[in-house]
Design a binder for this molecule. Structure first.
Ligand SMILES: CC(C)(COP(=O)(O)OP(=O)(O)OC[C@H]1O[C@@H](n2cnc3c(N)ncnc32)[C@H](O)[C@@H]1OP(=O)(O)O)[C@@H](O)C(=O)NCCC(=O)NCCS
Length: 163
């Protein structure tokens, strides 16, 4: 069943709810300062999905300059998805994909040429979503997470037309 949701920019009064979604969905949790710092530096790529009066999910990113995952591009600006989560009761309704598409559109405002992220190799739903959004697995980082699990680095070029 489709659930109506709205994407909108993060606001400072969303902080507590976003942190609670983060704690409910992911083992990687952060301080309030960390969330606010990403918001202050990259406000266009910190987006929430609102469902009636509460939040269903969020995405927050960082813009970096570094070597491209696609060698021909050399050094470029890259959008790094730091954290994305959708509360379990709202998953499988297209919210995660919508958050990704909106943030990739806004990454271009910062002149990012590609988008990348790390994901646990066991995270079937997230890897499935990124593949469906045309991300490639570009490498594996062994023992990337604190508990020893490895990560896939997945990346996608941001063309003028994508996503
Ligand atoms: C990953 C996550 C954000 C996806 O959010 P979502 O709103 O459920 O995603 P969508 O509904 O947009 O799903 C898009 C596609 O992803 C894939 N997908 C989603 N869940 C899946 C699952 N459990 N198994 C396989 N593929 C899945 C499917 O291809 C799906 O398309 P479909 O619905 O047409 O089959 C969500 O599962 C989540 O918050 N997980 C916990 C936090 C997390 O793992 N974050 C990512 C860290 S890198």
């Amino acid at each position: 069943m489709q659930t109506a949701f709205t994407l909108r920019p993060f606001r400072t009064d969303d902080l507590e709810e976003v942190m609670s979604i983060n704690r409910a969905c992911l083992p990687e949790n952060y301080s309030p300062y960390f969330f606010m710092n990403l918001f202050e530096r990259y406000p266009f790529t910190f987006i929430v999905a609102a469902q009636e009066k509460s939040l269903a999910g969020y995405i927050m990113c960082r813009i970096e300059t570094g070597f491209s995952s696609f060698s021909l591009l050399g050094i470029s600006k890259k959008g790094h998805v730091v954290s994305i989560a959708v509360l379990p009761k709202f998953q499988h309704k297209g919210i995660g994909s919508a958050l990704m598409k909106e943030t990739m559109k806004n990454m271009r405002l910062y002149k990012a040429k590609e988008c990348y992220l790390e994901v646990r190799i066991s995270n079937i739903s997230a890897v499935g979503m990124y593949k469906k959004l045309a991300f490639d697995i570009v490498r594996t980082i062994r023992r990337y997470y604190a508990d020893g699990e490895s990560a896939y680095v997945m990346a996608k070029k941001l063309s003028v037309r994508s996503p």
